[in-house]
Design a binder for this molecule. Structure first.
Ligand code: ZN
Length: 148
């Protein structure tokens, strides 16, 4: 299981994912275009990300360059899996619905999503049974009541 990274560490990783092999001064310049973090803060974040094995530092010539050890897609997948694991599975549809309402999507994004849904629909179960603890969701209360 990967270690969680903070929102600030995530912003640093985005710079490295976009352009692996940047030096710390290039990373600092890229970030300071949008945030007012001190160089020392960014260096601290780079150090934490190394400790968490999200990136590695390689000495090339006289410079140290940063490379990702975790891919962006992998990181996003871990975040999404954590979210799904902490929610009642009967709310998965609601979650995707909320994402659709909150996010912005191009016409082609929506076409891809519509195709994905159409492909999954024939094999989807009619209802879901969650694996929450009894006190964590209302599914169990409803089930409990119906069995009395
Ligand atoms: Zn549940």
């Amino acid at each position: 299981m990967e270690q969680m990274i903070s929102a600030a560490e995530w912003q640093v990783m985005r710079v490295i994912w976009a352009c692996p092999g940047r030096t710390s001064s290039q990373i600092i310049t890229a970030l300071q275009e949008g945030v007012d973090w001190q160089a020392t803060t960014i260096k601290t974040l780079l150090g934490r990300l190394r400790k968490k094995a999200y990136l590695e530092m390689k000495k090339e010539g006289s410079q140290y360059r940063y490379y990702p050890l975790v891919e962006e897609r992998e990181h996003v997948q871990i975040q999404l899996q954590n979210l799904l694991d902490t929610m009642c599975s009967t709310k998965n549809g609601e979650l995707v619905g909320q994402l659709l309402e909150m996010g912005q999507f191009s016409r082609s994004d929506l076409q891809v999503l519509a195709t994905q849904i159409a492909n999954q629909l024939p094999n989807a179960p009619h209802s879901l049974q969650c694996s929450c603890l009894a006190g964590q969701c209302t599914c169990h209360i409803m089930r409990g009541k119906s069995s009395i």
